[in-house]
Design a protein around this ligand. Structure first.
Ligand code: GCU
Length: 620
């Protein structure tokens, strides 16, 4: 019967009475516009909008063969699990799933750390959530997804509302046409299977946490609404705020307004035919945002019936020769690299508490900057960085060896870059957009990333473009001459002298040859240690060995004339599939200065002291 049901309609005999019944069902399914779902949209600062949370327990079905979506001939099903069909007595076909009886998964959250059986699971999992809703006139309803790793599909009441690829950026699906009064249900399929042409690709040194890993909610917007906006301090005119507001469905000639009550500042501008209103206005007495004094202003953005209450800090960032200038003054970035691994409970970080713990440790270390690796982190993290006064390096997950000659892969990287920048463009904390990490020096790679860098500059000319480059060596000399450096404002370099190469002392005799008169950030260096494991300083995996690497690294870094920042690898141990050493790594990368259970290792104090007494880098 199942085979009969799944065979294309045309091949079935016309004599069978249930044929007409099924034809009817199929036509009605086909009638539902559930396959040509609109692309999701990006909403700047979506998390600051009033919303109805869909967080909590969702029913879940593990579907390794994706038979909930694809037939035995791999055709997309019309009556898949997204229909959330409840079997009825006498149905002429079996229903082989039932969300109401299915085990739960928490959202937000990766599925790997919620069930031991899912720790290593890579594949599709279905999610279902019931909710009630009361539609309002002249109102768009969007399903806001903070992130879903990696490929995800969404249906509301059986109607496909969107599909998305990319595991670390937010997206919003219009569901106005699918939602109705009273009881509704949303079904999501999330597949974290790794593919060569994904971004990132097959190999990563972090756990492939799958699922609805960040907040999910319903956002209501008026007929014409603000989807994106950008407000920043002018680089060229003192006391001037400039930017734009983009309105969807706005009347050309209508007005967009911005108000900053604490500065008694108000400005408005006409919305052009392209939906954009350009803003440029003077402010008196503005206190610039700095790490020491992270001043945030309440900003109200209005257009028609729509308004957004934002909290924004204003500062400028630029380079001049080999200097990085924050608010016109040279700055040295004392930092650390951080993965979005949740402290203590492990798994993908998403909550305010996760952010405050991780960034609190960075502040305790004496940091004024953090490298958020290797993918866009959650808005909770970025808002915490704004509040706590930490400058941010934000990165697009172009990591290691992507298919750089595949235009589809470039399109995916561009889409993720657009989502990253358009979602997070108003965070004062973010000063650097990183295009990539440790990519192979090939012409296809260079062209690929140059294209991304140009796109990032077009999208946001107010921030600096960087990437973490590999370095090559000749004897005791480290050479930084990757051609990609030409496309960057700030050169990031990753080196592991004393761990992957040489001994800790090798740093003492290492010279640096850097082909660029640009600011340099040592975006990674470090060594692994098991917290609590002690021994001789030349004994790997001990805290003494890790601390010894830091002792030799810091004076070496001071020999780099263009050194303007550093972010050792890394703040906290994080789960990685490449680290099976039993009793030491146990599937964790142990290069953290702090263990995943919050134990500070000796090297933490070595770096804390260097940052406190500013013995590394140039005192500001
Ligand atoms: C690389 C890479 C990191 C990785 C680290 C390591 O440089 O960028 O993602 O975790 O080295 O090997 O620990």
């Amino acid at each position: 019967m199942t085979a009969f049901l799944n065979r294309p309609i045309a091949s079935r005999g016309s004599s069978c009475p249930c044929y007409f019944l099924l034809l009817l069902v199929a036509i009605s399914f086909a009638a539902l516009p559930c396959f040509a779902a609109p692309a999701p949209i990006v909403l700047t600062g979506a998390d600051s909008r009033p919303s109805t949370s869909l967080n909590g327990e969702w029913a879940s079905i593990i579907d390794p063969y994706f038979s909930g979506l694809f037939s035995f001939h791999h055709e997309e099903k019309k009556n898949g699990y997204f229909m959330n069909y409840k079997a009825k007595p006498g149905d002429p076909f079996p229903t082989e799933y039932d969300f109401s009886k299915a085990p739960k998964l928490k959202v937000p959250g990766d599925w790997n750390t919620q069930r031991e059986s899912l720790m290593f699971y890579e594949g599709p999992i279905w999610y279902e959530k019931d909710f009630t809703y009361d539609p309002k006139p002249h109102t768009h309803v969007f399903l806001h997804v903070g992130a879903a790793n990696y490929h995800s599909w969404f249906w509301v009441n059986g109607q496909k509302v969107c599909e998305h690829e990319g595991g670390y950026t937010a997206f919003n699906c219009e569901i106005t046409q699918a939602i109705h009064s009273g009881n509704n249900f949303v079904v999501a399929a999330v597949d974290n299977t790794r593919h060569e042409d994904n971004v990132p690709t097959l190999e990563t040194d972090w756990w492939n946490y799958g699922g609805l890993t960040r907040e999910v909610s319903l956002i209501e917007l008026p007929d014409s609404f603000i989807d994106q906006y950008d407000l920043h301090l002018s680089h060229s005119e003192d006391g001037v705020i400039e930017g734009w507001v983009h309105v969807v469905g706005g009347q050309s000639g209508g007005k967009a307004e911005v108000g900053i009550p604490d500065l008694h500042a108000r400005a408005s501008a006409a919305i052009g035919a392209d939906g954009r209103a350009a803003l440029h206005f003077n402010v008196q007495g503005l206190e610039r945002w700095t790490p020491e004094s992270p001043k945030l202003y309440k900003v109200v953005i209005r257009a028609g019936a729509d308004s957004i209450d934002e909290s924004i800090g204003f500062r400028t960032i630029e380079t001049r020769g080999t200097e990085i200038l924050l608010n016109g003054k040279p700055i040295f970035l004392r930092g650390v690299a951080i993965h979005a691994e949740a402290p203590y409970r492990t798994g993908r970080a998403w909550s305010d508490k996760d952010a405050e713990t991780l960034l609190g440790w960075a502040k305790e270390l004496g940091c004024n900057y953090v490298r958020l690796a290797h993918y866009p982190h959650d808005e909770t993290m970025l808002r915490a960085a704004d509040r706590m006064g930490l400058l941010v390096w934000s990165e697009n997950p172009v990591y290691w060896a992507l298919e750089f000659d595949n235009p589809k892969v470039l399109a995916k990287a561009e889409q993720q870059l657009d989502e990253e920048i358009n979602t997070s463009r108003n965070h004062a904390a973010i000063i650097l957009w990183s295009m990539a990490n440790e990519t192979p020096n090939t012409p296809a790679r260079t062209q690929f990333i140059e294209t991304l860098a140009t796109r990032a500059r077009d999208l946001d000319p107010t921030r600096l473009i960087t990437a973490a480059l590999l370095v090559r060596g000749k004897g005791d000399t480290k050479i930084v001459d990757d051609p990609l450096g030409q496309a960057l404002d700030v050169i990031g370099i990753n080196e592991y002298i004393g761990w992957y190469e040489g001994r800790p002392e090798s740093a003492d005799t290492t010279q640096w040859q850097i082909a660029y008169q640009k600011p340099v950030i040592v975006s990674e260096f470090g060594a692994a240690a098991k917290a609590g494991l002690h021994g001789a300083e030349n004994e790997r995996w001990t805290e003494e060995y890790q601390a010894n690497v830091y002792h030799h690294q810091l004076p070496m870094l001071n020999k780099i004339p263009q050194l303007r920042g550093m972010s050792p690898w890394c703040l906290m141990d994080f789960r990685s599939p490449n680290r099976p050493l039993v009793g030491i790594q146990d599937e964790f990368n142990r290069k953290g200065l702090i263990s995943d259970q919050g134990q500070k290792k000796s090297a933490f104090y070595v770096l804390q002291k260097a940052y406190k007494y500013k013995t590394v880098g140039r005192p500001d």
